[in-house]
Design a protein around this ligand. Structure first.
Ligand code: C2G
Length: 130
């Protein structure tokens, strides 16, 4: 019986926090679909262009053994369409989004996973700057 998991993110300057989220998400089903935020969406979310382009970020995420399919997430508001389009059974997000996507509980299971502490793209960029 197939169980599709879907998750979303920018995944800029890829790090173990991203990896562990994707690995744990993958373990909740037998197909993992990842919406990688477009460059334009990242500007909306974080007020800046990502370090790596959407093509590079998609290439990195798509190369992971635990990821089956990637697509470009154009808008946060299209989540319902993406979930329906991929017939996702489970939406997984890190718990920094706790509660934000409960409205999709009518469409699929919604699971918030604990973030990996003490690592973020911003911190990695700051460290590299030093
Ligand atoms: N994450 C994590 N641990 C970290 C950093 C990130 O578990 N130390 C998780 C986040 O909670 C998220 C995923 O990794 O579920 C991707 O993180 P970002 O690239 O920062 O994604 P975000 O900007 O939160 O985009 O539609 C939802 C948005 O596109 C999510």
């Amino acid at each position: 019986m197939s169980k599709t998991v879907i998750t979303f993110g920018t995944f800029d300057v890829f790090h173990v926090g991203h990896l562990r989220l994707l690995q744990r998400a993958a373990s909740l089903g037998n197909r993992l679909v990842v919406g990688v935020s477009s460059d334009a969406l990242n500007i909306e979310k974080k007020g800046r262009l990502p370090v790596y382009s959407e093509a590079e970020r998609t290439e990195i995420v798509g190369s992971l053994r635990c990821v089956d399919t990637t697509f470009i997430e154009e808008s946060l508001a299209k989540k319902g369409e993406y979930i329906a389009g991929f017939k996702a059974d489970v939406l997984v997000m890190g718990d920094d989004w706790e509660g934000k996507f409960d409205a999709y509980r009518d469409n699929c299971e919604v699971v918030y996973l604990q973030r990996t502490p003490a690592i973020s793209t911003t911190e990695v960029i700051e460290k590299i700057r030093l």
